[in-house]
Design a protein around this ligand. Structure first.
Ligand code: BES
Ligand code: ZN
Ligand code: ZN
Length: 526
């Protein structure tokens, strides 16, 4: 598989010497008189500048040559450039130095600036540049205003912004392809070791996130459970990631009766993908990641309505993102021990499919009434969670496109996560914050557990109560995790794939790679 991820390089040079189609520099917004300090507002009180069109002193453009400044002067004077976040101003045929065109990307106010603001600005600039049909691009990294953020972190976020925005899923479009942008340079006059380090980190993360997106974007017939396992094995080649794949017979003999039952309606066999990476000391307990890998969820006998059903090809994004996180951890050679587990199957109606009311037995012996065959994610994750507990882990994290209720609650902005462990919740929040991903803690209580009791078996796979569908699903999963093991469940039903333009580095419609960056961080912080 070949992904069209753009090549990004560092160049130590003066901006005036860079030969490129488009040179992009950064602009930040200086605080307005209203939001500035009292002393500042006093000094401008009554001055003419307040009523005139904004002068260039409201825009911060640093570290560029006089010739670039001169080109931008009129636009900053007139207010065409304000430095607002996501503002992209293109000057065609500006011919500064050896660059054909010149553009300015806004960062917003520096008081709000962080790596996520940069990631988004880079992605917006890249997408706009692509629309402007340029072939090569250079960013003037020395024009980034001082922020106190370490050079490696800035370069990593910049690389992620560009690399993630460059992804597209077009392998099945025939005809002549637009080659798009072939080269991106990050130009800086200083030789900072942090730049190389950040670029390398960013490149690996981009490669792995885009790989996960590709797994998710492929439709059901082109990413079956068997293919998912094969692609994982292929991608792990050359790394220290050990991949073991269980087939249907092994899944059965390993007593994963709940997982197995979901696969029975399909002509495609299930797979259980086990990924192990030992980069930490032998005595260090592993962190386990578990991902829901439904390569297609039709709902089974409790079949889904046909409108929008095609989106259920994304029902393996939890699994794909666990695979991506594991690959990234191995490629980055992190000093951690991690295990990735992906139960993968289709959920189809068929003569052997689960029927409402059927009773299945999970690996830990618990019995479950399958009262709705469309609540299948929990029926495959539970067996994987039992297996995860057997690995004596330091913590378990799972990611799943588990419930429609999650989409209702949080939309496609925040990923809802569930844990009863406050310490773990704080770690999740810190990890997500540092990677720019948005998470929101959801409730998980004994009320939710009570709703999942079965009538004829230990548990029912659907709630006996109304509402809180995401929390009751989490409560069901909890019944398969040993109490003393710290565990958090991430419901990525709303964030696993993106619809719209909220995040400029995500495709407008397609798999997003949600929680991969957070999981890489958590592997190191637990
Ligand atoms: N894969 C779906 C959840 C889903 C729905 C993800 C929409 C993304 C968007 C899951 O398997 C499912 O169908 N869940 C049911 C559970 C219900 C029957 C208790 C749901 O949420 O409706
Ligand atoms: Zn379902
Ligand atoms: Zn599902």
């Amino acid at each position: 598989m070949k992904l069209d991820t753009v090549e990004i390089k560092l160049e130590k040079s003066n901006l005036d010497h860079v030969a490129t189609d488009l040179l992009i520099v950064f602009a930040a917004k200086k605080p307005s008189a209203k939001s500035s300090t009292k002393a500042e507002s006093k000094s401008t009180k009554g001055s003419k500048a307040k009523t005139d069109a904004p002068k260039d002193n409201t825009v911060l453009i640093e570290g560029v040559s006089k010739s670039i400044h001169a080109k931008l002067q009129a636009a900053t004077d007139s207010g065409s450039i304000t430095g607002a976040a996501a503002e992209f101003v293109l000057f065609r045929d500006a011919h500064v130095g050896h660059a054909k065109h010149l553009a300015v990307i806004g960062l917003g106010e520096m008081k709000d600036f962080d790596t996520e603001a940069l990631r988004q600005a880079m992605a917006t600039a890249f997408t706009q540049a692509k629309a402007a049909k340029v072939k090569s691009l250079a960013f003037g990294m020395d024009s980034l205003p001082k922020s106190g953020i370490a050079a490696d972190q800035l370069l990593q976020a910049a690389t992620e912004g560009v690399g993630l925005a460059s992804y597209s899923f077009s392998e099945f479009k025939t005809g002549k392809k637009d080659d798009g942008i072939s080269s991106v340079l990050f130009v800086s006059n200083s030789k900072n070791k942090g730049h190389e380090k950040g670029l390398e980190m960013g490149r690996t993360i981009v490669e792995c996130v885009n790989f996960s997106r590709w797994l998710g974007d492929r439709p059901g017939n082109r990413m079956t459970p068997t293919m998912l396992a094969e692609e994982t094995e292929k991608a792990a080649k050359g790394t220290k990631l050990k991949v073991t794949v269980w087939d249907k017979a092994k899944i059965k003999s390993e007593k994963m009766g709940s997982f197995l039952s979901v696969s029975l309606g399909s002509s495609q066999d299930p797979r259980f993908i086990i990924m192990e990476y030992n980069g930490g000391g032998a005595s260090k307990k592993p962190v386990c990641f578990v991902g829901k890998g439904l390569t297609f969820d039709s709902g089974g006998i409790s079949i889904k309505p046909s409108g929008g059903m095609e989106e259920m090809k994304y029902d393996m994004c939890g699994g794909a993102n666990v695979i991506g996180a594991m690959l990234a951890i191995a490629k980055l050679k992190l000093k951690v021990n991690v295990i990735g587990l992906v139960p993968t199957t289709e959920n189809m109606p068929g003569p052997s499919a689960n029927k409402p009311g059927d009773i299945v037995i999970a690996r830990n012996g618990k019995t479950i009434e399958v009262n709705n065959t469309d609540a299948e994610g929990r029926l495959i994750l539970n067996d994987a969670l039992v297996y995860a507990c057997e690995q004596n882990p330091a913590a378990i994290f799972d990611a799943a496109t588990l419930t429609g209720a999650m989409v209702v609650a949080l939309g496609n902005i925040h990923t809802g996560f569930f844990t009863r462990n406050d310490k773990l919740a704080a770690k999740v929040e810190a990890a997500a914050k540092s990677t720019g991903e948005l998470v929101w803690r959801m409730p998980l209580t004994d009320f939710h557990v009570r709703d999942m009791k079965g009538t004829y078996a230990d548990l029912s796979n659907i709630s006996s109560g109304k509402g809180a569908g995401s929390a009751t699903a989490a409560a069901f999963l909890e019944q398969f995790v040993e109490k003393e093991i710290p565990w958090a469940h991430f419901d990525i039903a709303g964030t696993g794939w993106h619809n719209g333009d909220r995040f400029p580095y995500n495709p407008r419609k397609g798999a997003s790679g949600a929680m991969i960056r957070t999981f890489i961080e958590l592997a190191q912080s637990v």
